[in-house]
Ligand binder design. Structure first.
Ligand code: DQQ
Length: 533
């Protein structure tokens, strides 16, 4: 394990590594951020699911700790699956997680720290009378999992929600009530259900301020009716990305009285990203989001390299006041502590069909801010909608943007770009896209073009911020209104051979680009000093 973690650290530079999947139970306790995660200690493919544990004081530099929980009881013998933490007003920490039993039935279990005065929360105790919730009648026993952080209803008792599936095809979120975290009542009705969506994994439910950036603990969700949205993200099993969110108003702490459907269909992240989970960081009063970046190469490749998957840089979640209809995600400010030298480029003109190198040297660990303005040079009527055709699909107003993780000869490159499109109604609609199709000369890699429309308001330029980290690019458009995470496998555009370029593949506009680019230092990720197997 020691050697493995070290080599991961070198390969991925900044990134906190987990060799498995979902972030679990993130929390802040006595000056330390804790991240637990789904982890297979025995292999680079999913199985034997254990809770890995790592801590940090700044969400950037990490120290691995001993496993928090291993599958060692009948009620979690087939895996200590995903769960969430609730911090009680008296300081106790309740960790609810799904156990897959010796008969592969999904039950909910309770665990808590053995010693709350230990800032590292190293030892965890499983409640002796687990499980605390078994699948209710009518629920598929293997589709009932991933309890959320609890919130308090007006009656002073707690609610949690758990994703499930009904009739093989209706994804839904059940609500339970508890006063002690050991006994639970299933409440009538559901938080929400959507036919045709299948199992909802890793439902997340939390408040986001409509005005300002102050976050709020989930437990207080029911006590601030008008100034916070209550937001549900659900992850739809079988898709690669979380599939949407909605806002709810609660009555009696759990019954819905209002749904604002504008948000349905939006994704947390349009790229390679799954099983996200937030927590309230009481030290900085903010809502912080984690997500799992899954691999896109083959299982054989993962077994050969001995590990799989990484976590995103944590992001703050905010409401987008300007559009009134979007959530913003933004890398936590602590990432700025890794910034080294910066380079500015002002109003670089990129003509139609051209590529301009940005002379910053090695371009493997970067924090890039780029702004683009466009100026019409000719009117051509070739318009293709969307991201699907990638960066080579030329149209009048786009695509234009950056080629990241590219080698000098452009045999490997990952374009991150905007494509504004004239609609038949005479307006302009902008797409934000990441094209991985030429990201690697390796053949056994799943390469896709990701993207979505993004609102660009009339007083705004086209803006993107990219965090580039060797084989991961996290791309934020318009202040975080849209986010795309890319996992790529360059074979040539690596280390000293990785370069950065501007490109404009529009036929009818020239682009003026202004950029500020920081080299990023590596984060310190300290492996646990001995093999835990
Ligand atoms: N991963 C966990 C489940 C969850 C799924 C098992 C989502 O609890 O539903 O490893 O990736």
């Amino acid at each position: 394990c020691f050697i493995l973690s070290l080599s991961l650290f070198i390969w991925l530079g900044n990134r906190f590594i987990s060799a498995a999947s979902d972030p679990d139970g993130p929390l802040f306790h006595k000056g330390w951020y804790h991240l637990f995660y789904q982890y297979n200690p025995d292999s680079a493919v999913w199985g034997n699911i254990t809770w890995g544990h790592a801590v940090s004081t700044d969400l950037i530099h990490w120290l691995y700790l001993p496993f928090a929980m291993i599958p060692d009881r009948w009620y979690d013998m087939n895996g200590v699956w995903t769960g969430s933490a609730t911090l009680l007003p008296d300081g106790r920490i309740m960790m609810l997680y799904t156990g897959s039993t010796n008969e592969s039935i999904q039950v909910q279990n309770l665990a808590y720290p053995a010693n709350l005065s230990d800032p590292l929360l190293i030892d965890w105790v499983k409640y002796p009378d687990n499980p605390v919730i078994v699948p209710p009648n009518g629920t598929e026993t293997d589709e009932f999992r991933d309890p959320t952080t609890a919130w308090m209803g007006p009656d002073g008792t707690w609610r949690i929600t758990i994703g499930s599936r009904y009739n093989k095809s209706v994804g839904l979120s059940l609500v339970y009530q508890t006063s002690n975290f050991t006994t639970y009542d299933l409440l009538e009705g559901v938080l929400h259900a959507v036919p045709g969506t299948g199992m909802w994994e890793c439902v997340d439910f939390y408040p986001v301020a409509i005005n300002g950036s102050t976050g709020l603990d989930s437990s207080a969700m029911d006590r601030v009716p008008n100034t916070y949205l209550r937001l549900v993200w659900m992850t739809q099993k079988g898709t690669t990305t979380p599939s949407g969110f909605m806002t709810l108003q609660l009555i009696n702490g759990h019954r819905i009285i209002q749904k604002r459907m504008w948000a349905l269909g939006l994704q947390v992240d349009y790229g390679r990203y799954y099983a996200s989970k937030t927590f309230y960081d009481q030290s900085k009063q903010r809502r912080v989001l984690w997500g799992w970046i899954n691999e896109t190469d083959t299982e054989t490749d993962n077994l050969a390299k001995g590990w799989a998957s990484v976590q995103t840089i944590p992001r703050e979640v905010l409401f987008d006041n300007k559009t009134g209809a979007n959530i913003l995600q933004w890398p936590v400010e602590e990432i700025e502590s890794l910034r080294l030298r910066s380079t500015d480029f002002t109003e670089i003109v990129v003509g139609p069909g051209s590529v301009v190198p940005l002379s910053i040297g090695q371009a493997t660990q970067l924090d890039i801010f780029a702004e683009f303005e466009i100026e019409m040079v000719s009117e051509t009527k070739h318009e293709k909608y969307g991201c699907r055709g990638g960066a080579v699909d030329r149209s009048n107003l786009g695509p234009f943007g950056l080629l990241v993780i590219a080698d000098q000869t452009l045999s490997e490159l990952t374009p991150i770009f905007f494509r504004p499109v004239n609609t038949t109604e005479g307006t302009v609609e902008t797409y934000f896209c990441a094209d991985e199709t030429r990201s690697s000369e390796a053949s056994d890699v799943y390469k896709q073009v990701y993207g979505s429309t993004v609102p660009v308001l009339t007083d705004e330029k086209f803006q993107m911020r990219l965090l580039v980290d060797h084989s991961i690019v996290e791309s934020f458009a318009q202040g975080g209104r849209r986010v795309i995470t890319s996992r790529v496998y360059p074979t040539k555009a690596i280390y000293g051979d990785a370069r950065l370029f501007l490109f404009n593949n529009a036929t009818g506009v020239k682009v003026k680009a202004t950029l500020k680019i920081w080299d990023l230092n590596s984060a310190f990720i300290h492996p646990f000093p001995f093999d835990q197997n």
